[in-house]
Write a protein that binds this ligand. Structure first.
Ligand code: SF4
Length: 326
């Protein structure tokens, strides 16, 4: 499929004036979701790696127009002090460099996203959040479990209501998971979202069907074909927004892993591109030194960004799917 003006749409993503870091302050999550692909073996980020990130930001900030810090994990709020420390540092750099636009986002399970934590994080610029629900309470509590096996819905919902009742200038994407069997059972959650959140413009909803991403329970995940996903998505959106809902035009999807200046920084200081293939050697493209220098293996980096040369939409949207062997 040819995409109109693809080169001009990709140009800003290739600019050296743009930098994204997806940071894992810890990889020991407080949850054990049944479909998770992470192995929880790497703990908290060391002071050396934290210092390396700050030194890297020191060097890059004067050259940049846009800096994106995306917090990821295992749950980033398990290491909230690291998030605050590095975010405060980046905020100060953005103030000192007036041409630099700084945006910070977080993928969080929201278990620890209490009103006081939200206030602390907004003060250091973390303003966009993606929070996952696996369906109404009973359904969610079967898959999104704490490390001790207990359910998590009530606490997450309580935190979401508190965010809605706050005046914080945040944006919240509710990511609603489903599989091939349970997508018709989301109605009670959709009703609750319609009642509590849909009129607040800070909230949006993103339905996502589960995939097999390399976790130990992959065999039990009931995935959908692309055609089934389209049908399910249309049905779910109509339930959420009503029958007048008009599907927006499909946009060019470019994964961060396809972008040359987007890097993941693991809790152990390793550098990669993709947030899924965490134990794949092809995704270990280098290391961060404590002086902020990136030691990059260009032979491993190049295949991730080849979509920018081929302009192939499938490669751009998921370079892992066409990566090839070393
Ligand atoms: S490369 Fe593919 S699997 Fe990895 S983060 Fe991007 S879209 Fe996801």
């Amino acid at each position: 499929m040819a995409i109109p003006n693809i080169e001009s749409r990709l140009a800003p993503l290739m600019s050296n004036k743009r930098q994204e870091l997806i940071i894992f302050p810890t990889e020991k999550c407080n949850f054990r979701c049944t479909y998770c692909y992470e192995d929880y073996t790497i703990g908290r980020m060391s002071d050396d790696t934290i210092g390396g990130i700050k030194a890297f930001l020191d060097k890059r900030a004067p050259e940049l127009n846009e800096l994106y810090l995306s917090w990821f994990g295992g749950e980033p709020l398990v290491a909230k002090d690291i998030v605050r420390d590095i975010s405060a540092y980046a905020s100060a750099l953005a103030k000192a460099n007036p041409d630099l636009r700084y945006v910070s986002t977080m993928t969080t399970n929201a278990y620890y996203l209490t009103p006081s934590t939200l206030t602390e994080l907004t003060a250091v610029g973390v303003l966009r959040y993606q929070i996952t629900l696996d369906g109404p309470r009973e359904m969610h509590n079967r898959t999104r479990l704490r490390a001790d096996g207990k359910g998590t819905f009530d606490r997450i919902w309580e935190n979401l209501l508190a965010i809605r009742d706050s005046k914080e200038p945040v944006s919240i994407t509710l990511r609603v998971h489903h599989d091939a069997e349970n997508f018709t059972q989301l109605d009670p959650l959709i009703e609750d979202i319609r009642r509590e959140f849909i009129h607040d413009t800070r909230f949006s909803v993103f339905f996502k069907s589960l995939e097999k991403l390399g976790g130990p329970n992959d065999a039990n995940i009931k995935t959908m074909s692309s055609k089934e996903k389209k049908v399910a998505l249309k049905m779910l959106k109509h339930k959420l927004y009503g029958d007048d809902f008009v599907e927006p035009e499909e946009e060019l999807s470019v994964c961060y892993a396809s972008q040359p200046n987007s890097l993941i920084i693991r809790a152990d200081g390793k550098i990669g591109k993709c947030t899924v293939a965490l134990n794949d050697q092809r995704n270990h493209i280098g290391s961060l030194r404590s002086d902020g220098t990136l030691e990059l293996n260009s032979k491993r980096l190049t295949p991730w960004i080849k979509g920018l040369a081929t302009l192939d939409p499938a490669t751009l949207s998921c370079p892992l799917s066409v990566l090839g062997t070393e």
